[in-house]
Design a binder for this molecule. Structure first.
Ligand code: SUG
Length: 415
């Protein structure tokens, strides 16, 4: 029985605001502020609990080891370096598991296995350190080689940011789907993090059928406005593509190309006259989880920032009054993650598979949620100020906190 499982990243104990992501407006505008790792992780858990109740299944991935000793050494830190270099080995950015990997479910691939390629994230130093540890974790969670193939990351210099620039349309999870890869072109004020050749390489490595694979260019204006990943301006689920009208370089051409491969496509487009690109990026309306509920209707899990925006909430009310495919809009508070540019959709990696083939230690239930929350409450720092980064006292605290979590989940092998 194939089903879609959301694997949310548990927010790590070193969660902080160092302003490391050029082109990510939230990250830049909160740089230097104190962060609240305990609150951040509990917000993430509350989101997971909500979706567990809604869907009956929920997975998670663990924070990666921080501070990253080998990166600290490689950077030859001696106190004279810019603070951003000092902060990079401490980043908790692996919480945004939409950037952990690109996933092609078994019905889409030539060998009938689910393929995962960890994202190399080479554009940003603090993110480029993630993939070897991410791969190690994926190899445990999806270690059953009869059902999963885990690749190496795409070689540099082709930037790959994983599922954040990838969408799947399908009639049902166990039917072959159409995979849409969205890439950017360099030349604007901010980096285009997803390289076209990275997307094409992943599609080849996963053994996708070219007739069911579509490559679409991101709108350069969207990247310039702060849509550093396509999932900030579009999300797909089932037959539905929920998108801002200015998401793609050639909007009509993108719909046409997708429709040619997937005739049942239903587009829910938000016009710029209702929600500007800037407001969409500020509120993260599209960085939403578009879920199919057990009754077959769709719900959109949005950040609470959407409810606070007159333009966005006005559009939502109009949409709900119609008879489109999205029947509910549910706000969740992930403000600590949002302040670093990570909404509800950034925090999850979708894997379509049979839950029985996943290492059960990565699947959530009520008892485990309580155990994780108790560990967070006991061990996660309440607050981190930027000048704490690099101190031995904080290092001891965050290393100990992660170890306590691994112990609580019987995953000490990832230590
Ligand atoms: O890569 N923020 C992340 C946010 C990732 C959001 N993911 C998706 N859209 N799928 C990023 O820019 C900020 C870290 C800092 O500034 O300390 C950061 O890495």
């Amino acid at each position: 029985m194939l089903t879609e499982i959301n694997f949310d990243g548990i927010v790590g104990p070193s969660h902080n605001y160092a302003g490391l992501s050029l082109g990510n407006i939230a990250s830049a505008s909160h740089a230097g502020e104190p962060s609240y790792p305990r609150a951040a992780a509990l917000q993430g858990m509350a989101k997971m609990r909500g979706n567990l109740a809604r869907l009956g299944v929920q997975g998670f991935l663990l924070p990666l080891p921080r501070p990253n000793d080998s990166l600290e050494q490689a950077l030859a830190l001696d106190g004279t370096e810019p603070p951003q270099l000092r902060a990079a080995p401490w980043s908790a950015s692996s919480m945004w598991t939409a950037n952990a990997a690109t996933v092609s479910p078994a019905p889409d691939t030539a060998d009938g296995r689910c393929h995962l390629t960890p994202a190399n994230l080479v554009t940003m130093l603090h993110r480029a350190q993630e993939w070897p540890d991410t791969k190690r974790q994926l190899e445990v969670a999806f270690g059953d080689k009869r059902h999963f193939t885990i690749h190496d990351a795409v070689p540099p210099t082709f930037g790959d940011e994983g599922a954040a620039n990838h969408m799947r349309l399908c009639e049902s999870h166990d039917a072959p789907g159409v995979e849409v890869f969205v890439y950017g072109r360099t030349g604007g004020p901010f980096p285009a993090r997803q390289h076209e050749q990275a997307s094409r390489l992943v599609a080849r490595a996963h053994g996708l059928d070219p007739a069911r694979t579509v490559f679409v260019e991101q709108n350069a204006q969207a990247i310039a406005a702060g849509a550093f990943h396509n999932d900030v301006v579009a999300v797909a689920n089932g037959r539905v593509l929920f998108t801002h009208a200015e998401a793609f370089a050639d909007q009509a051409g993108a719909y046409e190309a997708i429709r040619a491969a997937f005739p049942a496509l239903e587009v829910v487009e938000v016009p710029s006259s209702a929600v500007t690109l800037q407001e969409a990026i500020r509120t993260y309306l599209f960085n939403a989880q578009l879920l199919t509920l057990p009754d077959g209707t769709m719900a959109l899990i949005v950040p609470t920032e959407c409810r606070e925006s007159a333009a966005v909430w006005g559009w939502v009310q109009t949409m709900l009054a119609g008879n489109g495919p999205i029947r509910q809009v549910i706000p969740v508070d992930v403000k600590q993650s949002m302040a670093n540019g990570g909404g509800p959709a950034c925090l999850r990696l979708r894997v379509v598979c049979d839950p029985a083939t996943v290492d059960p230690r990565f699947l959530l239930d009520e008892a485990k949620a309580e155990r994780i929350e108790a560990t967070i409450a006991a061990h996660w720092p309440e607050q981190i100020d930027p000048f704490d980064l690099g101190t031995p006292a904080l290092a001891e605290k965050v290393v100990g906190a992660r170890m306590a979590l691994l112990d609580a989940l019987d995953l000490g092998q990832l230590g």
